[in-house]
Ligand binder design. Structure first.
Ligand code: ZN
Length: 697
């Protein structure tokens, strides 16, 4: 493992700044800590709010990520308050959390890491705690202790497995006291603790211990095929993805319904990297994976077991009957998984333990890849990342001897760890559109863009599509910057082209695994009296404003039905549907066809919980591409006014005397998208300031 310390960069840094520097060095090495995992600390002198000197430990705050951590994510804990705890024999997690909140130097600082006492009880100024892969390979093997002794001799203290918490911190404290010469502690099925008199010394020890473990593993290096022979060769890349997109909606539906339906629906991630495929397709891999997770940290992401789906027999996997066979195999595997979870729960739970959602987060499909499922795309990706580390550990451990996991009793203890459950209960309530996936057409500008932004703000994943790829890419970048990477996906889509529509939906399924909301918005406007209109112009309007909506909603309907989770389709039509305007024939007629399509969809979708509604806006100028200079001129002529009077003309025309904006339309769209409108379908909502000729009737 490479030592990244640079004297040049560290020069001049002291105290907390140096801790930030060291923490980021550790955080950027993925084989040292899982994303968001590991923690670092510093004990030094500070002054409190009254100017008194105090020995303070700066420790990573709960939930911070070492890779990007800043100074303010290290709460200060008074060391004098921690010392008396060494006298105690027991302390519950809740008590520990409450106690630590009293030790904070500044009220209101972030909650210190759950592993604070591990650091606090080590009598050295600088402490690093990592969950490094190489170390875990040593400890998660039959004879783990012997391997650790062979690598580190008396330099490491061996700490037998215990669930993180007060007692484990005491074990470490006692170990360090008995072995003052030791340079680190190795926690069985958990990780490594190093320390030093200086920041550099602690960091160097982390890197050195890992490098030594890696060298040891290399020397005893396994040949390839530690998981036995190959049972299932991977399909070619395009076929893997094609199969995944075909099964994704039904898989997402099944997993979501295993939980609490809408409230616990999941977003899927897909990973078909070489290491994962080799593991899933191997003879022994599936069996090894059933043994359980490597550490408590891994378990909190991947749960106790992945779900393994035995491949259905033979033939071209892309053929419809084979896709159906695979879906059936998945449904059976899930039934078995849930039954297993029931037994697992019953065996270890007390009578008062409330059962968690039994759905798996990791699904292994031999030859195809790994599917991960959690509350949003970022979390699903993180589960994948953690499972790839798990495979690394299993591979290494199998090469060294035989993989030893946490075991089911310990797994249960961690999964139902009161502190974790308590931490989950403290998480802010989910947003009204979190766990949902929307596709918006015509999203590069105007109404489509405003709706996509607003959906994202409400927690939704958004697939933003348009013929203008640059436009949607800029929008996706903006949303991802504000709402977290993985939340928006930009795709080029021409709604009039069947192939383009299919491709875009497939890409959306590959990214998120399903769909909940369709905003069918893309449209064009053409202005011309009927007697002068060319047939092509008439047809072009129908292509985009009617057929385009048909192609997009037909595909969406197929996905929503297969998913079985209901859904919401929102059509952006026009005031012209109900009150057509002079010289606006092609536009008004094609928009009226779109409206009728929406009503039919409401009728056909109803039995499946799929709601379909229409919004009729009027005269939304801001950011709109519909209102070209030419269009303004023509509409002004039709109304007998000057083009610069147009916006004012439309404002005065409506009952409320207001200008209608894209954001006004987005408000209505969000309401129709979410469960607050659960009983509304086949409806038209107007956002036109009130045009009495266009009242729905
Ligand atoms: Zn830990």
């Amino acid at each position: 493992m490479k030592n990244l310390w640079s004297e040049k960069e560290a020069k001049g840094l002291t105290g907390l700044d140096l801790l930030v520097y060291r923490s980021r060095l550790i955080g950027q090495e993925p084989s040292l800590v899982l994303r968001g995992g590991g923690n670092t600390s510093l004990k030094h002198q500070e002054t409190d709010f009254r100017g008194r000197a105090a020995t303070v430990m700066r420790i990573k705050g709960s939930g911070a990520d070492l890779r990007t951590i800043e100074r303010d994510r290290f709460p200060g804990v008074r060391v004098d308050d921690l010392q008396p705890l060494l006298e105690r024999n027991e302390m519950s997690d809740e008590e520990m959390v409450a106690y630590l909140s009293h030790c904070l130097l500044e009220p209101g600082s972030p909650r210190p890491s759950i592993e604070t006492l591990l650091h606090g009880f080590v009598p050295h100024p600088h402490v690093d705690h990592t969950h490094a892969d190489a170390l875990l390979i040593l400890t998660n093997t039959v004879d783990g202790k012997r391997h650790v002794e062979a690598v580190f001799g008396r330099e490491a203290i061996w700490i037998p497995y215990r669930r993180p918490g007060f007692r484990l911190s005491c074990d470490v404290a006692e170990g360090v006291k008995r072995n003052p010469e030791a340079r680190c502690a190795v926690l069985e099925k958990h990780g490594l603790i190093t320390w030093g008199a200086s920041a550099r010394e602690s960091y160097d020890a982390t890197i050195e211990m890992n490098t030594r473990a890696e060298k040891y593993l290399r020397e005893r290096g396994p040949g390839r095929q530690v998981f036995g022979g190959v049972l299932q060769e991977p399909l070619p890349s395009a076929a893997r993805r094609a199969v995944f997109t075909r099964i994704a909606p039904s898989l997402r539906g099944l997993l979501s319904r295993t939980g609490n339906g809408a409230a616990e629906r999941v977003v899927l991630g897909f990973d078909d990297s070489a290491g994962v495929l080799e593991f899933i397709g191997s003879e022994a891999g599936p069996q090894v994976s059933l043994a359980g997770p490597a550490t408590p940290d891994h378990l909190l992401y991947t749960r106790a077991r992945p779900m393994f789906v035995p491949p259905p027999p033979g033939g071209d996997p892309e053929r419809p009957e084979n896709i159906d066979a695979l879906k059936l195999a998945i449904a059976r595997a899930l039934e078995k998984y849930v039954a297993w979870y029931g037994v697992f729960f019953k065996k270890h739970a007390s009578r008062t333990t409330p059962k968690l959602n039994p759905a798996p987060r990791v699904i292994l499909l031999p030859g195809i890849g790994m599917v991960t499922a959690w509350k949003d795309a970022g979390s699903a990706a993180l589960v994948g990342e953690v499972y790839r580390h798990s495979v690394q550990v299993m591979r290494g451990a199998q090469g060294l001897g035989e993989y030893r996991s946490l075991g089911m009793k310990d797994s249960f203890e961690v999964e139902y760890w009161p502190l974790e459950l308590y931490r989950m209960s403290l998480a802010p309530p989910e947003q009204q559109l979190s766990r949902r996936i929307a596709l918006v057409s015509g999203a590069a500008s105007g109404i489509g863009r405003a709706i996509a932004r607003q959906l994202a703000r409400e927690g939704c994943h958004v697939v933003v599509t348009d013929r203008d790829q640059g436009g949607v890419e800029a929008l996706a970048e903006e949303i991802n910057r504000q709402s977290g990477s993985d939340r928006a996906l930009a795709l080029a889509m021409d709604v009039t082209n069947e192939v383009s529509v299919e491709k875009a939906f497939d890409a959306a399924l590959l990214a998120y695994g399903g769909l909940d909301i369709l905003v069918s918005n893309a449209g064009i406007a053409h202005c011309c009296p009927i007697d002068l209109m060319a047939r092509e112009d008439w047809e072009r309007s129908f292509d985009v404003n009617s057929t385009g909506h048909f192609l997009v909603s037909r595909k969406a309907l197929r996905i929503l039905k297969e998913q079985g989770l209901g859904g919401s389709m929102i059509f952006i039509a026009s005031k012209n549907v109900l009150a057509p305007g002079k010289d606006f024939g092609a536009y008004s007629a094609s928009k009226a066809a779109q409206n009728q399509l929406a009503r039919i969809l409401a009728i056909e979708g109803g039995p499946f919980g799929i709601r379909v509604n229409t919004i009729n806006p009027d005269a939304v100028f801001e950011g709109s591409r519909l209102w070209s200079a030419e269009m303004r001129e023509e509409r002004a002529r039709a109304h007998g006014i000057r083009p610069d009077e147009l916006e004012e003309f439309y404002r005065r025309r409506n009952l409320l005397g207001v200008r209608v904006t894209a954001e006004d339309v987005a408000e209505a769209a969000v309401w129709l998208a979410c469960d607050r409108s659960a009983k509304t379908t086949g409806c038209i909502i107007t956002t036109d300031g009130g045009v009495k000729e266009a009242f729905p009737r």
